[in-house]
Ligand binder design. Sequence first.
Ligand SMILES: Cc1ncc(COP(=O)(O)O)c(C=O)c1O
Length: 352
Amino acid sequence: MLRSEDVKPQTWAIVGGRPDGNPGAPLNTPLVPASAFVLGGERIYSRNEATEGWESFEALVGGLEGGSAVAFASGMAACAAVLGRLPSGAHLVLGDDCYQGVAGLAQAGARDHGWRVERLPVADPGWVAKAAEADLLWVESPSNPLLDVADVAAICGAPRRPGTRVVVDNTFATPLGQQPLVLGADVVVHSATKFIGGHSDLLLGVAVTADPDELALLRTARGLNGATPGTLECFLALRGARTLPLRLAQASASAAQLVQRLGEHPAVHRVRYPGFGGVVSFELADAAAADRACRSVTVIRHATSLGGVETTMERRNAQPGQEHIPAGLIRMSVGCEDIEDVWRDLEGALRP
Ligand SMILES: Cc1ncc(COP(=O)(O)O)c(C=O)c1O
């Protein structure tokens, strides 16, 4: 049986999570829409027991991250399952710029369970010392939407108290950009809705760990909370993940071009880019200028979310909970269209 360690991630994305290679076996895991199974076998009810569809998706993502994956109904369901294990009064360290849903979970934990939530700038070297004090470090890097970069290797490798967990939200970087478990993280989470799925047509999440106890707890939490992924979503995300390396290579190449051209454009005050990946943020003079640009594009779609084959952009400060983001900041998720078409569209939209 081929293992993920035997091949490059680009190859595992294609060959991972397939049925066995016996004569007559299908190349792809069949879609099995069933909530219940005839009793007496391994599977009973598909909220609790993995269907083949999840197992295939989990095998593929687990192999890319270097651990065992647990698929969830959404990225938020994965984040909630990981954070939900924190006891009352726990000390949680979170980036000052992070996905607003996760900040909302932290706020609810502070209110309902007395969590002490400390926010640190994403790139602050102080994260390393916090590993010895806190119960959980939640690292999102690159951050959303300011694209600040944490020293993930230093944080994951820092000495910590027994029981302290480091969790990395790897949604923006993808397992091709960084592999936090290899660096010493305890859990990696993804909104698979984004780059892994890649087509903006599903909601899905995944948590990955190399720790068998954590794995068992995550699976139990998924079943108890009913945060079970849909069979169709797993099928589609698995198909989408096959082209993750290709999509990401195209998106990154186009993003690097756009960063350069935006940097030279007189209407653009600042460009933020972590140096890799498909997300670019740039600042225009004010909210009105950014709204005008977002409403003017035709090749690019004015939409939230990211990681799809299509280029999208939005003014982040217009979203609830994002009031701290500069008013004129546009977050753009670069897709796979021809770069000249995207640039012509963007340049036209930036005209006063
Ligand atoms: C970095 C990050 N983490 C988690 C989530 C939550 O994922 P989902 O929307 O799939 O629930 C998002 C969604 O935008 C995100 O950007």
